[in-house]
Design a protein around this ligand. Structure first.
Ligand code: ADP
Ligand code: MG
Length: 464
């Protein structure tokens, strides 16, 4: 039967290994800052790819016309059309549809994946109503949000560096994703041109900027995690091209691949990583993001079940199934405010098949959620502090000017896991101190990436 002493010991050990005291967070922020410099200095200079997005102009509000956006980057993909009305009309009309990606397509061939996407896109285009207006003789244009690491070669082309987040389609690696999509659209007889290739962070930054000119950073916390920010073009030594007129360039950090000896990692993280599709890679992402948090929790529970009979004399068979405990379930468990933790009880029953659990057991599970989620949230805050340091926005400037810095956040984890996002915001304030924190604002840019990609399509249209 249950060995509470052993349960407490594992709990305590996990808590210690996941601890993120403020000094540690500062070390992580400093390491992020250092790696950002290294990644900008030379190609391959850092685990942080610091990819040039070729976006040197963010939306102004003057964008006009009908544009499409396609967002592929995780479990679902979204297709969107907007009618932009310029300064006065703004986003006059928008419609979208969301389609889940069949799991077999995530590990199949490039041809099949893009065929599926183009077919869904063609269906959506066919439902375009009269309220959307394309000038006669013009081709429909699309902003493609593709949220995997891409070596960008222009605003509308780039080759896939590697897959992340459970995707693994070998023949697509190294290929131009815009060419793949374009060919698939041609197979569907869909007359549409991809004019902007971005990822979700760039899209969110663009969408955020459309509504607030002080947006300088975007962070995604969804299935995976990533960040982008606006850099001074002359602070990018590895860039040998022409300097843009604006003097700025948006950098896609690919911060999910960040790693540092300062990161608190546990035996559970090591096991998760080595059993993953991409061992040794995306270490920051595997500690922080929605695809993985639930599975870290599962691994600790499995150990408690095996070594301390947390769920009784038999170990629930489901507990050995990778990813059976999803982050939305973890979030529901963590947010249970009922006195008898009945949501925790029913989740454990539904997911693990444990018919009865004591209040004490349920409390242990909730505590583990707190440990795992707050580590992720606090490390995310440390990452943001690293970016603010790079921008020189982590202190009140010597000239005494109080520039506002807005961080646009998006992703299902940030949006739905309230305890996670609250902890992130609280930690960032703590790291910045009261005075600086007054000038740093976090906003939830709801589906900024979809709107953002269509705005970037507008500003990179073949007709402007
Ligand atoms: P993606 O990152 O796949 O483009 P989203 O930004 O919508 O898509 O994020 C989806 C992810 O967010 C899910 O994979 C899940 O990890 C996380 N998520 C969704 N809902 C919740 C929730 N209620 N609580 C915690 N995490 C959630
Ligand atoms: Mg997304």
């Amino acid at each position: 039967s249950r060995q509470w002493g052993r349960v407490s010991a594992i709990l305590k050990e996990t808590e210690d290994q996941c601890a993120t005291p403020i000094q540690k967070l500062r070390q992580v922020a400093d390491a992020m800052h250092v790696e950002m410099h290294a990644g900008l200095a030379s190609e391959g200079g850092s685990k942080l790819k610091m990819i040039l997005s070729y976006v040197d102009n963010l939306p102004t509000g003057n964008e006009k016309g009908l544009f499409y956006a396609l967002d592929l980057g995780g479990t679902n993909f979204r297709v969107l059309r907007v009618q932009l009305g310029g300064k006065e009309g703004r986003v006059a009309k928008q419609e979208f549809t969301e389609v889940s990606i069949p799991p077999n397509l995530m590990v199949g061939t490039s041809y099949e994946l893009f065929d599926y996407i183009a077919a869904e896109l063609a269906k959506f285009v066919a439902t375009e109503g009269d309220e959307f207006q394309l000038p006669v003789g013009r081709q429909r244009e699309l902003g493609f949000t593709f949220s995997f690491p891409v070596k960008q070669t222009s605003i509308s082309s780039g080759s896939l560096i590697k897959w992340t987040k459970g995707f693994n389609i070998e023949d697509a690696v190294g290929r131009d994703v815009v060419a793949e999509l374009t060919e698939a659209m041609e197979r569907q007889n869909l007359d549409m041109r991809v004019v902007a290739l971005v990822n979700d962070t760039i899209g969110t930054l663009a969408g955020g900027r459309y509504y607030d000119p002080d947006v300088a950073v975007a962070v995604i916390l969804g299935t995976g995690t990533n960040a982008a920010y606006v850099e001074r073009a002359n602070a990018i030594p590895k860039w040998h091209g022409l300097l843009p007129k604006s003097g700025e360039m948006v950098i896609n950090m690919e911060w999910g691949n960040f790693r540092s000896s300062h990161l608190p990692v546990t035996e559970y993280d090591h096991a998760l990583d080595s059993e993953s599709l991409n061992p040794g890679e995306q270490i920051f992402e595997k500690i922080i993001s929605g695809m993985y948090l639930g599975d870290i929790l599962r691994r600790v529970l499995l150990k408690m079940a095996e070594e301390a009979a947390l769920f009784g004399d038999t170990v629930p068979a489901n507990l050995s199934i990778p990813f059976v405990l999803r982050t939305p379930d973890m979030s529901a468990i963590h947010h249970d405010t009922s006195s008898d933790l009945r949501i925790v009880g029913s989740k454990l029953k539904d997911i693990l098949g444990v018919t009865t659990t004591s209040l004490k057991t349920r409390k242990v599970v909730v505590e583990l959620c707190e440990i795992v989620a707050s580590r992720g949230a606090r490390l995310s805050a440390a990452g943001i502090l690293g970016i603010l340091k790079k921008l020189g926005r982590d202190t009140i400037s010597s000239s005494g000017t109080k520039e506002r810095t807005v961080i646009a956040m998006d992703g299902g984890l940030f949006e739905h896991y309230t305890k996670f996002s609250d902890c992130l915001e609280k930690t960032l304030k703590e790291l910045l101190g009261e005075e600086v924190a007054e000038h740093v604002v976090i906003v939830h840019a709801n589906d900024g990436s979809g709107i953002g990609a269509s705005l970037l399509a507008a500003s990179h249209s073949q007709y402007v």
